[in-house]
Design a protein around this ligand. Structure first.
Ligand SMILES: NC(=O)c1ccc[n+]([C@@H]2O[C@H](COP(=O)([O-])OP(=O)(O)OC[C@H]3O[C@@H](n4cnc5c(N)ncnc54)[C@H](OP(=O)(O)O)[C@@H]3O)[C@@H](O)[C@H]2O)c1
Length: 158
């Protein structure tokens, strides 16, 4: 068994873990004995609430602010992740859940170039480069889950 696999604590990184599906993922993993490093974008109070709920389960979660569409911020985020892993007593994480996201409720006629760039940066470019930057820190046998949407397969009128 390699030094990486030998870690006893399992750690997940979840983007957008402060609300919705990401929050449920952090809490569900805590109940299964997995610690988390998760991100939020704008709502620090919701993130703090998740950290407290995980602590009540007897596990540890660490929250960092990140705009997952701002690729230039990813190197600093990786440094924060390394600090977080050290706090959790490990060098590597086991699961990456690319979940952070938003939605654009505009018709084709109304959508601006900036709107489309923002969606693309968070849902595609950010997922690609965050995964790339975190690869050196993933444990042997680690797993990456990308949350998509039915809207990748169908659309609404307009
Ligand atoms: N809910 C659904 O029915 C559904 C269906 C299909 C796909 N999805 C996908 O599932 C994922 C989660 O959806 P959800 O409904 O659980 O979302 P949600 O409840 O709106 O929560 C979104 C999470 O992502 C964070 N976030 C938003 N914009 C961000 C950004 N630019 N950078 C970093 N973090 C950001 C939010 O942080 P703050 O609160 O701090 O801003 C929050 O933690 C999304 O990718 C979404 O496209 C959801």
């Amino acid at each position: 068994m390699s030094e990486q696999n030998a870690q006893t604590v399992k750690v997940a990184i979840i983007t957008g873990g402060s609300r919705g599906l990401g929050r449920s993922t952090v809490l569900s993993l805590a109940r299964r004995g997995v610690d988390s490093i998760f991100t939020y974008h704008s709502n620090a109070a919701e993130a703090k609430n998740v950290v407290d709920l995980v602590a009540a389960e007897g596990r540890t979660a660490i929250a960092y602010q990140l705009d997952s569409g701002e690729i230039a911020a990813f190197d600093d985020f990786v440094c924060q992740v390394k600090d977080g892993l050290a706090t959790l007593g490990v060098q590597y994480f086991d699961y990456l859940v690319n979940n952070a996201g938003t939605s654009l409720h505009k018709s084709i006629a109304e959508t601006t170039e900036a709107d489309l760039d923002a969606i693309y940066n968070v849902h595609f470019k950010g997922v690609f480069f965050l995964t790339q930057k975190l690869l050196p820190l993933i444990n042997d046998g680690g797993r990456i889950v990308n949350i998509s949407s039915g809207l990748a397969r169908f659309s609404f009128s307009g």
